[in-house]
Design a protein around this ligand. Structure first.
Ligand SMILES: [Fe+2]
Length: 302
């Protein structure tokens, strides 16, 4: 397994987009058999099962489901034939074979960016043909690795109007999920990147994005992580959110790792000790993927 990043990535890492080449798609981990086995091994209660309404203006929320009894092989077939998005979060901590994948990806990022990575989370995304992931942002840094199929990433600049300070802070404070308000006018500012097997991409921290799958089963790795500057920024967002909500201030989104960002990161540590942030609000489970057939049962109708 190998991963190749461009040289000079240390100059703008975390603030610019960089593309890598890799050969993970040649690994048996991601063959049909490999994926079915992975779905059987990975703790099923931790499996993220989602459906997304069509992309459009405003806020689009994912529907959260479960798939407790279906075999890995049938679940893979249900994804291929249906409209389902699976996320096997932190697979590097759950499945031994993926600790090697973690080392390879993050080792290559550290060497190319000249930074230590922390809070490493490798998620395997297995998703249906044509499914669209809603407009959202992630608080950590992300490296998206395309393994099977083709998907189109729409990437928008970090900050207003694409993501207003108040919404980004609410995500950092875990007062809301990661979804954002989309406006058709944002499209003019989007960078559109078609991802094929063998490609990987990392983009500026907190840059909003959405994804459209091609007409084929998709397998990608969503690798989330922090660096020291990324942690400082996340903590500054947290503090800004508290300042806005408790003191009625209107702080701008944090810039680079200047003195004010460092000061806010220290304050965030204090605030979190006094007032521990809530765990991400659990989204209610509204559907179940049925054993055998892979059909979707709406739990509201149960
Ligand atoms: Fe994302």
């Amino acid at each position: 397994m190998a991963f190749e990043w461009p040289s000079g990535m240390d100059a703008g890492f975390g603030r610019q987009t960089y593309r890598a080449r890799h050969d993970l798609h040649e690994s048996p981990l991601f063959s049909d058999e490999g994926l079915a086995g992975l779905l059987d091994t990975y703790p099923r209660e931790k499996l993220g099962v989602y459906r997304f309404p069509p992309h459009g203006e405003g806020i689009t929320r994912a529907a959260h489901g479960r798939a407790p009894d279906i075999s890995g092989r049938d679940l893979l077939a249900a994804v291929r034939d249906g409209q389902i998005w699976l996320n096997l979060r932190a697979v590097n901590r759950q499945v031994e074979a993926f600790s090697e994948v973690e080392e390879m990806i993050f080792g290559s990022i550290e060497a190319a960016a000249g930074l230590r990575t922390r809070k490493r989370d490798v998620g395997v995304l297995i998703s249906s043909p044509r499914i669209q992931v809603h407009y959202h942002l992630d608080i950590p840094l992300v490296c998206l690795v395309q393994v099977r199929g083709v998907k189109t990433l729409h990437l928008y600049p970090a900050g207003a109007p694409y993501a207003g300070a108040e919404q980004v802070e609410a995500i950092a404070l875990r007062l809301q999920d990661e979804e954002l308000t989309f406006r058709q006018g944002f499209e003019a500012g989007a960078e559109v990147i078609e991802l094929h097997p063998g490609m990987a991409l990392t983009w500026p921290q907190n840059a909003p994005h959405r994804v459209e799958n091609g007409d084929c089963l998709n397998v990608s790795l969503s690798c989330e992580f922090m660096t020291l500057p990324a942690l400082l920024r996340a903590n500054a967002l947290y503090t800004n959110g508290q300042l806005r909500r408790r003191l009625g201030l209107d702080p701008a989104l944090p810039g680079g790792a200047g003195p004010s960002v460092l000061g806010k990161a220290v304050i965030a540590r204090g605030l979190k000790l006094v007032d521990r942030p809530p765990e991400a609000a659990p989204t209610p489970v509204t559907f179940e993927v049925q054993a055998g057939s892979g059909e979707i049962r709406d739990l509201a109708d149960a």
